[in-house]
Design a protein around this ligand. Sequence first.
Ligand code: KIV
Length: 266
Amino acid sequence: MAKRSARITVPQFVGFKRDGHKIAMLTAYDYPMAAMLDGAGIEAILVGDSMSMVVQGHDTTLPVTLDEIIYHAEMVGRAVEHALVVVDLPFPTNHLGVHKAIENAGRILKETRCQAVKLEGGADQSDVIAGLVAAGIPVMAHVGLRPQSVHQMGGYRVQRDAARLHADARAAQDAGAFGLVLECIPSAVAKEITASLAIPTIGIGAGPDCDGQVLVINDLLGITSGYVPRFVKQYADVKTIIQTAATQYREDVAAGKFPGPEQEFK
Ligand code: KIV
């Protein structure tokens, strides 16, 4: 018999805003991490295209492909029992026309057990958002700093054009998006946008007044190598834990202390 899901649904996620329930969202890219975050009560898990940087080691989010995202989202989708699971549409899968965007997002929902897609864009993507929603595919939009447009934006910078941010946020909601990521914008603008919308805003570098927050799990755990943005709060130093354990193992092997009698077969 099919496994019954008690996952947070898209309408419940939207209802969190009405209820004043702050939403904690984190990224995950594989089965064990998704299961741990789900067990911690995280309300939403994002299979982010940030995997291009923090898992695959690229210097932007551009290289990761739809097939690679689906490979990781399938593992996450199998692990999660409670959280809402959202999957990024990787560059340029939502820029090839509405029909193609439905085909690409449809593959994610059909092949991964995940419930929604996220795409970078606001007013410029409103036809795509509306097309996906009409096809029954829930969409979270993402405005402000859009890492997929890093070359056009000239780097990872705070986005300060308040009029454009308001217009993008309103257009995303009007097109049918059920949620909105606000990345790297002034807190005051994020507060105004949050107050002006019926759908939840999820901030990353957007201050404390959003309806929820999202972080890249590798940043939170302290296992990101290289640049870490100022908006990140590191909650653990897992890199040191892993390196200490690996060093101890190497030293035990070198000294003939591992395996010991407990690990041997007689
Ligand atoms: O890809 C990602 O992880 C994201 C979040 C940082 C919002 O888009």
